[in-house]
Design a binder for this molecule. Structure first.
Ligand code: B3K
Ligand code: ZN
Length: 884
């Protein structure tokens, strides 16, 4: 473990590196200010007397001086909104303690002590959903990143590792099930209808991995036997009515446990593994040691209520949280700047798992789509930050696509450069070397270097520099040799005006035009700003296939003829490159139209090329339907906007919809036939069945643009015949964007069918909020007054307002009303749930990249938020960075 000895405050807590917080200007926490905590806390005992609106927490900490840190005679215990009932040191009540902001300061003279503190909290009043809170009558916790300090006073930082013993007592009727981390060691009956349980977790862990759940729950139980023969009891805890929808989650868990043994040699390390589903949750799920807490959205599924996408997401998130047991829990982060150490690596692990369970190429395409539509815009906007950030005001704002998804791409590049086997040697070494530690990204890179035998000295810049690198590629041909000229540049980002070149591994292949084949793929690593690579033995200019498999998270810029893209779309043996050629074809065409550089004749020839490529994809018998669905997907509006310095959302929408309509009309016959073929395909959860369902809705999407009446009738039929949520939701999505009578009928029917299922009602809100309907703004406004809408439930808030931020005619309405609506939401939500409120700021933060009229309106809304008399740290930081 690194010991850094830079100047610090007396207690060595990086949280206190700055002056006392002014609510309007929270202190900046800096990575370089890290110092170890002066005290170790090897053991913690917690004693909870549980009540929905009054819970008493008694903590007992054994503390010892940390020989590897600067000495301090005061123990700082972080607290957030806590009051002290009593403090004991070595069994004696003391009153020499003081408060510093929310923190409790306890003077200590000797080398080791027992410190006991009693506090009282009100879980029912906890609308932030951080710490211990009430959800649907049950009690549950969320501690990452800094929620534990809302439960009890503690050095709430990831490098303080302790073994926890937890005792809890509560009403047997209200809380029949009592869970915490580790193994249940004792339980019994108490007085007045109470009961109690004691749990002990033998694995030392930081406070962010603590969890407690108490409530009326039932379990789907099973067992898993690990590779060394340990029998693990598995349980997925839900409300009784949800029990029938837990089988997919259980299967996903068992598959995850098996896959981690096979792919990474990681075995589970306790006798129990519990998952609890809660309906009020700020994010997807949380990897607390042996007691994962999940948003219901990522647990509950059956074919009638969950789409194929939901099934895949559940499998992916269950895997992700389970994989954290090693990449996150056994080896945790030294400080929150190292977040990508666990998140980037775990995202890569869940991506590889999902790819192994389903279609590898389709999974890769989906991952790249997320990266491009969420992370690329983040990297080119005011909130850009390296995967290992240098500073923050509120760490919750750094659970980003950059830290997670770009973080995964960076590790994936190491894997590409090392090859699978050597990469595995690197991760084996990492797990062995740092087990039980709070590690850094640097530790990870060094372990991969040592274990895989790579030199990553320059590659480390990927951890330091923000911004998506641009690589321009030019292929020339002379004297029988093809020459590839590559040039890279990393754009300036806030606080980082100058960038240095980074090693960029690019998988390339050169195709012979006549045979349609290449002579083998090569991995080129671009290390300099400019480099050329020669390929002798070509009689004519070959066709370049570059960044195959999306081997590097960069944007490739090159002059390429439509014919070459059509060639690659039809011939490339790398499925991702085939998808990419289709995307490039469309992006190039729409970019030309949007920049006004293309006349009517070029519009027609561009469309003809795209139409031909689409027709070839629809009729290619070799393709599987899941992949066919991907190839028929147009680049999204956000990705298109990203291609322009300054974007006009209305123009992008109009050109993209224009192309869709043209394709719908030109290929009507083929699309109807494709739909009919898919309708007759067998059901079930095979990849073939999933592919057929994807195509059904895909066909309707184009037909709806080209021939709305026909599409309306077909979609209504698909809706009525649907036996799966995939078909029903797909049909309803298409109808919601149309203006015919079936829209109202089916929306009403859908609501009536599913009004008692909160997750499906979320879909009902989301479908309307994301629609292409011209009146989406009015519709969303009306939905906010719907009796089922509440600001208190994050899933509901996200389901209505997140999709809305993607609507050109709603969010980007030229009047500015959409922007105002989101700003009003942020202001209303901030006092209740700052974490969720702050998640909406980036949509307005794009203002610099939007045409001047709308840009001014977006900025004005950010300024209005900034003027609010009281803002959370979360929202304040995002708004000021977005304006800065
Ligand atoms: N580690 C948690 C995320 C916690 C977010 C805190 N704001 C879930 C995950 O990434 O697995
Ligand atoms: Zn994670």
């Amino acid at each position: 473990m690194d010991i850094v000895t830079s100047p610090t405050t007396p207690d060595g807590n990086p949280e206190m590196a700055d002056a006392a917080p002014d609510p309007k200007d929270p202190p900046l926490i800096r990575r370089e200010d890290y110092t170890p905590f002066p005290w170790l806390v090897p053991e913690v005992s917690l004693d909870f007397s549980l009540g929905i609106d009054k819970t008493r927490v008694k903590s007992a900490l054994t503390v010892q001086r940390n020989a590897r840190a600067n000495r301090s005679d005061v123990l700082r215990l972080n607290g957030d909104g806590l009051t002290v009932a009593e403090v004991l040191v070595d069994g004696e009540a003391v009153n020499n303690w003081s408060m510093d902001g929310g923190d409790l300061m306890v003077p200590l003279r000797e080398d080791s002590h027992l410190v006991e503190v009693t506090t009282e909290i009100d879980p029912a009043a906890n609308s932030q959903l951080m710490g211990l809170y009430a959800s649907n009558g049950m009690l549950c916790t969320q501690c990452e990143a800094e929620g534990f300090r809302r439960i009890t006073f503690f050095p709430d930082r990831p490098d303080v590792l302790s073994t926890y013993t937890v005792r809890m007592k509560g009403s047997k009727e209200d809380f029949p099930v009592l869970l915490s981390n580790g193994n249940r060691t004792a339980s019994g009956e108490g007085e007045d209808g109470t009961h109690w349980a004691e749990w002990h977790d033998p694995w030392p862990k930081p406070s962010y991995l603590f969890a407690l759940v108490a409530g009326k729950l039932v379990a789907n139980t099973d067992t898993f036997t690990t590779m060394s023969g340990r029998k693990v009891d598995l349980a997925i805890w839900v409300r009784e009515e949800d029990l029938p929808r837990t089988d997919h989650a259980m299967e996903s868990l068992k598959r995850s446990m098996k896959w981690d043994e096979e792919a990474f040699g990681r075995e589970y390390d306790l006798d129990v593994f519990n998952i609890v589903a809660v309906s009020d949750f700020n994010m997807g799920a949380m990897e607390n040691k042996s007691l994962n807490i999940f948003n219901t959205k990522y647990v509950l599924a059956d074919e009638e209520t969950a789409t194929d996408g939901d099934y895949d997401a559940i499998e992916g998130v269950i895997g992700h949280e389970y994989f954290h047991n090693w990449s996150g829990n056994r080896i945790t982060c030294r400080d929150w700047f190292q977040l990508s150490l666990k998140e980037g690596f775990t995202v890569l692990r869940d991506q590889l798992f999902s790819a192994a369970m389903g279609s590898e190429p389709v999974k890769r395409i989906e991952d790249v789509r997320v990266l491009r539509s969420v992370q690329f815009p983040e990297d080119s906007g005011p909130l850009a930050h390296p995967i290992r950030p240098d500073s923050y005001q509120e760490i919750s704002n750094f659970y980003t696509a950059t830290v997670y998804n770009k973080g995964a791409e960076v590790i994936r590049m190491m894997r590409t450069m090392a090859g699978e086997e050597r990469f595995r040697a690197g991760t084996d070494l990492y797990f062995e070397r740092h087990d039980g530690e709070a590690a850094t990204c640097e530790d990870f890179v060094t372990a991969i270097e040592d274990g895989a035998g790579l030199d990553l000295s320059e590659f480390r810049r990927w951890y330091e520099q923000a911004g998506t690198p641009k690589v321009s590629a030019k292929l020339e041909h002379a004297g029988g040799t093809a020459t590839l000229q590559l040039e890279q540049s990393v754009p300036a980002t806030p606080g980082q005006p100058d960038k240095r070149p980074m090693p960029i591994p690019l998988r390339v292949a050169l195709f012979d035009r006549t045979s349609g084949k290449h002579r083998g793929e090569q991995l080129l690593t671009l290390t300099e700003a400019r480099q050329t690579f020669d390929f002798p033995g070509f009689d004519e200019t070959p066709v370049l296939s570059i960044n195959r498999g999306f081997s590097a998270p960069v944007s490739i810029e090159r002059e390429v003829a439509d014919d070459d893209l059509v060639f690659l779309a039809a011939h490339d043996d790398d499925p991702f490159a085939r998808y990419e050629a289709m995307q490039d074809l469309v992006v190039g065409h729409l970019r030309g139209l949007l920049s006004g550089s293309v006349d009517g004749a070029r519009r027609d020839s561009g469309r003809a090329a795209i139409g031909e490529a689409f027709r070839a994809v629809i009729t290619d018998r070799e393709l599987d339907d899941l992949m066919r669905g991907e190839l028929l997907t147009l680049p999204g509006e956000t990705y298109l906007a990203e291609q322009m310095l300054v974007a006009d959302p209305a123009a992008i929408r109009a050109e993209r919809e224009g192309l869709k309509a043209w394709l719908g009309q030109t290929l009507e016959g083929e699309l109807v036939a494709m739909h009919q073929r898919a309708v007759t395909a067998p059901g079930g959860m095979s990849l073939e069945a999933k592919g057929a369902r994807k195509l059904k809705t895909q066909a309707l999407v184009y037909l709806a643009a080209g021939n709305p009446e026909r599409a309306e009738a077909m979609a209504a039929e698909q809706y009525d015949a649907a036996t799966t949520m995939t078909d029903r939701q797909g049909a309803l999505m298409v109808l919601t964007s149309l203006q015919g009578p079936q829209r109202t009928h089916k929306l009403l029917d859908f609501y009536k069918r599913f009004k008692d299922n909160a997750l499906v009602v979320d879909k009902w809100f989301a479908l309307q909020a994301s629609s292409l309907h011209p009146k989406v703004l009015e519709q969303v406004k009306a939905l906010a007054d719907h009796p089922d809408f509440t600001l208190k439930n994050p899933n509901r808030v996200r389901s209505l307002y997140m999709p809305f931020t993607g609507t050109a005619q709603g969010f980007h309405a030229a009047s500015g009303e959409g922007y105002r609506m989101i700003a009003d939401l942020i202001l209303a939500l901030d006092p209740l749930n700052p974490q969720t409120a702050a998640r909406f700021v980036p949509s307005l933060g794009r203002w610099r990249r939007i045409e001047p009229g709308r840009s001014a309106l977006m900025k004005a809304e950010l300024e209005r938020i900034a003027r609010a008399p009281k803002l959370s740290r979360d929202t304040y930081e995002q708004v000021t960075r977005s304006l800065g």
